[in-house]
Ligand binder design. Structure first.
Ligand code: SF4
Length: 322
C-alpha cells in the first residue's frame, strides 16, 4: 500500500522526503555556534528550562570552543566515515537559541557553515520567542538558495506544563512564531517531549490533534529523560507520581497511537532518542535510535495501522483549554 506521503512506510518519514528532494542521503552536522539563551542569560531567567543540559545531546565535535568551520569540517568527516553515502550535509545549529543575536551576527555565523560547497542548507534550532521579523525575513531570503528549516522547541502544547518546566513562553507564542515563519514560506519543524510532569497520557495524545492544526512541516519527538544535575530530576525525586515514565514497550504503544491521530502532512524526523549513559538518571532502554525506530515500525505493522489513520481534519479545539 502506498500512503498519502507517497511511500509504503507507515509514517511520513523526513528521511524519505530528504532523499526525494535531494536524490540521495543528506546528513545533519550538529554545531554549537556559541549562542546563548534568554532563559539562561538573565533576560527571561537564569535557570533555564528545568530539563536543560545541551551537552547531553551534542556529539563530541560540537563545541563552541571550536570555530563553526572546524565543527562543520569535523562533522562532515565523521559522517562520511560512518555512512559512505553521505555526500551532502545540513548544518544543524543545534545548541541553545540560534536566532538569539543581532542579525549581523547571525548572518556571519550562518555564512561560515554555508561557505562549504557540500553544505546544502541550515537547520536552525531556537525558541519561539527569539525570532525578530528581520531574522525571519533573512532566513526566508536564504531559503531561496539553500534548504532552510526553522526548528522550534515546542515541548508541550499546554501552558500549565510550559510553566512548570520554566520554558518562559506560552504555547500561543509557539503558534504565532510558526505562523510568522510559514507566512514567509519557511520550512518549519517542531520538537516535542513526552512524559513531562503533570501530563496524562490522554493529554499527551491530544497534542497530535493540536499540532496537526499548526503550519508545521516536520516533527521530532523524544521521551523525557531525566538528566543528572537538572532541576527536572530534583522535581522527579520530590514528585515521582507526577511523571509518566515510559518503558520502551509503553512508548511504542504511545507513539503508534500518537501517529494515528497526526496529520499525514507532518513529516517525522525523530521518534525517540537516548542520551549517553553517564547523563541519564534511572534505567535506560539501551537501544540505538535505529533500533527504536525499527521497533515502532514493526508495531505499526503488527497493528496494521499508520500515521493519520484516525486523524480528523476538522477537529474543533477550545483554545482556552490548551
Ligand atoms: S530554551 Fe533551550 S537552551 Fe534555553 S534553557 Fe531551554 S532547553 Fe536550554
Amino acid at each position: 500500500m502506498v500512503y498519502p506521503w507517497g511511500t509504503s512506510r507507515r509514517f511520513n518519514a523526513w528521511s524519505n522526503y530528504i532523499k526525494g528532494r535531494f536524490g540521495h542521503r543528506v546528513q545533519k552536522v550538529a554545531i554549537d555556534a556559541g549562542f546563548s539563551c534568554p532563559n539562561r542569560d538573565g533576560t527571561l531567567g537564569t535557570g533555564g528550562c528545568t530539563y536543560c543540559d545541551n551537552n547531553a545531546f551534542s556529539p563530541s565535535y560540537c563545541t563552541s570552543s571550536q570555530s563553526i568551520s572546524s565543527q562543520v569540517e569535523k562533522g562532515m568527516a565523521f559522517h562520511r566515515k560512518r555512512y559512505k553515502s553521505a555526500t551532502r550535509f545540513i548544518a544543524y545549529f543545534q545548541s541553545y537559541s540560534n536566532t538569539y543575536a543581532p542579525l549581523e551576527v547571525l548572518k556571519e555565523r550562518y555564512a561560515q557553515a554555508l561557505a562549504f560547497k557540500d553544505v546544502a542548507g541550515l537547520a536552525v534550532g531556537t525558541r519561539p520567542d527569539t525570532l525578530e521579523p528581520e531574522t525571519l525575513d533573512y532566513l526566508a531570503r536564504l531559503s531561496e538558495k539553500y534548504f532552510i528549516t526553522l526548528e522550534l522547541g515546542i515541548e508541550s502544547c499546554y501552558d500549565k506544563t510550559l510553566n512548570r518546566i520554566n520554558r518562559g513562553h506560552t504555547f500561543d507564542t509557539t503558534r504565532k512564531a510558526l505562523e510568522e515563519a510559514a507566512s514567509r514560506g519557511l520550512d518549519t519543524a517542531g520538537h516535542m517531549i513526552f512524559g513531562l510532569p503533570g501530563e496524562s497520557k490522554t493529554e499527551m495524545l491530544n497534542q497530535a490533534e493540536i499540532l496537526s492544526q499548526l503550519p508545521l512541516n516536520s516533527l521530532k519527538m523524544h521521551q523525557l529523560q531525566l538528566i543528572q544535575g537538572t532541576r527536572m530530576l530534583e522535581d522527579y525525586k520530590k514528585n515521582p507520581k507526577d511523571f509518566l515514565r515510559f518503558s520502551y514497550e509503553d512508548y511504542k504503544t504511545f507513539v503508534v497511537e500518537f501517529l494515528e491521530r497526526l496529520s499525514p502532512d507532518i513529516r517525522i524526523e525523530r521518534m525517540a532518542g537516548e542520551a549517553p549513559p553517564d547523563y541519564v538518571f534511572g534505567e535506560r532502554w539501551n537501544l540505538r535510535n535505529d533500533q527504536i525506530l525499527a521497533g515502532i515500525e514493526q508495531k505499526l505493522q503488527q497493528e496494521n495501522t499508520w500515521q493519520s489513520k484516525k486523524y480528523k481534519k476538522f477537529v474543533f479545539l477550545d483554545r482556552m483549554n490548551w
